[in-house]
Design a protein around this ligand. Structure first.
Ligand code: ADP
Length: 466
């Protein structure tokens, strides 16, 4: 015959799925529902699958130890506590572990931080084979709070993340795929229109508001900032950084990538080969500018160009002089670049995620054009990269500071040269050509980098003993 399972009026318990390996609980058969003392209780998720996020201070006298948990909501219920107050609480489902025994219970969440027991175990959680002897305490194994000693800064992998996709075009291919990839991994992805964000900067707690509502705290932000939103978008990303969100690409790196001149200077400083490039302010220096890069044929690029829309080829000196004068007359900022003729209208897009080239494609310009951008009618196919090209793409993304980047290379007679590093590379072409789940890789990268105080439960923690 097995010994009866007896609980005293206070016991050490664990809620492994929530990342709470040790809590001191009060066992109170006078109460019906079990309760967990939580703060920052925040509902999220779709109406048909509601979830709730909350923080717990598992060690009563240690406010510095915070564990953030998320769980499925199974109910919202009016609960009256021992002090007679009635409150509408979220009720979650979780497994309770005491000694070797593990069983499912319902727990209501309440914010009463003054209570010396972080958890209350009510009679609903006490099934037939559990006996409670209120005259005794700690009948089951004693745990201690050292389980929380090493959780600061621990990366976590297995919990629902709340991800913000910052974009002006949520319905485009990239936006749709990122949402699908996040949901396939059990994360929640909310799309936020960059232009509708307002920021409260001068308060102790920085926040981002959407319209007149504060946005929730996101674990990670995936910024997809269009060229026209660079300035404002960077400010919004910076604000999220200040709030402690993991931003897949940081604001300053997005700014460097967007500024063609700064990007070229940054690449050059780190000895990343690029086509010879020059820039001048004064009209007096036009001839010199052309000579600096070895004369025609040469390429002129507006600093604001994207999708090849401000890129021009001057095949003769006369054409180059005319174009430079015209652009000057329009007050446009542009760079002058050596034309890599041997690339023959082809460039290579290397897609970098988290310091690795995860896919690559070769783009070929339409007949009669030298610009290989897909937006200007180019076609794309798979390409095998050399080791040197791979290393160069990774280095270019790293020196610009981007975790997710589209690095464009040209194959020149002197080896690969970096043309551009894009901070919001499109997913459609590269996923179609490579057949890979690149959106998923971006979401996984975000998940791996969200740092939190949450303990990662081992499967053994959850599996019932015996
Ligand atoms: P954008 O940012 O507008 O896309 P890029 O610098 O990427 O501008 O240039 C667009 C396309 O023009 C490239 O994909 C490439 O095919 C072609 N191109 C750009 N610069 C050169 C160059 N120096 N030599 C040869 N081809 C070039």
């Amino acid at each position: 015959m097995t010994a009866p399972f007896v609980l005293g009026w206070e016991e050490w318990v664990a809620l492994p799925e929530l990342g709470l390996p040790a809590l001191k609980a009060k066992v109170d058969t006078g109460a019906r529902t079990s309760a967990l003392h939580a703060f920052a209780i925040e509902p999220f998720g779709p109406a048909e699958r509601p979830k709730v996020r909350f923080g717990v201070h598992p060690v009563p006298e240690r406010k510095d130890i915070e564990v953030y948990c998320s769980a499925n909501v199974i109910d919202r219920r009016e609960v009256t506590s021992s002090n007679g107050e009635t409150e509408l609480r979220y009720v979650i489902g979780s497994h309770l572990k005491i000694g070797d025994h593990v069983w499912p219970i319902e727990v209501s969440l309440t914010n009463r931080e003054t209570m010396s027991y972080r958890m209350l175990i009510g009679r609903q959680a006490i099934s037939g084979d559990v006996m409670v002897n209120p005259g005794l305490s700690f009948q089951q194994p004693i745990l201690d709070y050292s389980a929380y000693d090493d959780i600061a800064g621990r990366p976590i992998a297995r919990r629902t993340l709340r991800i913000c996709l910052l974009t002006r075009e949520p319905g485009n291919y990239s936006g749709r795929r990122l949402r699908e990839a996040a949901e396939a991994r059990g994360h929640e992805l909310e799309t936020v229109d960059t232009a509708r964000c307002t920021m409260s900067i001068n308060v102790p707690a920085p926040r981002v508001h959407f319209g007149d509502q504060p946005l929730p705290f996101f674990d990670a932000v995936v910024p997809r900032i269009g060229a026209s939103m660079t300035f404002y978008g960077m400010a919004v990303v910076r604000q999220f950084e200040m709030m402690g969100c993991y931003c897949v690409n940081r604001a300053d790196a997005i700014g460097v990538a967007r500024d063609k001149l700064l990007a070229h200077q940054t690449l050059a400083r780190h000895r990343v080969p690029t086509p010879a490039t020059a820039f001048a302010h004064s009209a007096k220096d036009t001839r010199h500018l052309i000579d600096l890069i070895g004369g025609p044929p040469l390429v002129l690029k507006l600093l604001t160009s994207t999708q090849g829309k401000g890129v021009m080829l001057a095949e003769t000196r006369a054409a180059a002089l005319g174009l430079v004068d015209t652009l000057r007359g329009l007050d446009a900022n542009f760079i002058v670049q050596e034309f890599i003729a041997e690339a023959a209208g082809a460039d290579i897009r290397c897609f970098v995620v988290g310091g690795r080239v995860v896919a690559a494609m070769q783009r070929q310009a339409a007949r009669g054009d030298f610009r290989a951008n897909l937006h200007s009618g180019g076609t794309a196919e798979r390409v095998k990269l050399t080791k040197e090209e791979r290393k160069l793409a990774v280095k270019a993304a790293r020196v610009i500071g981007l975790n997710v980047a589209g690095v464009d290379l040209l194959r020149s007679k002197d080896g690969p040269k970096v043309l551009e590093v894009n901070s919001s590379p499109g997913l459609e072409g590269i996923e179609a050509v490579s057949g890979k789940d690149i959106a998923g890789m971006i979401i996984d990268h975000a998940a791996e980098n969200v740092r939190s105080l949450v303990h990662v439960p081992d499967d053994d923690d959850i599996a019932p003993a015996g």
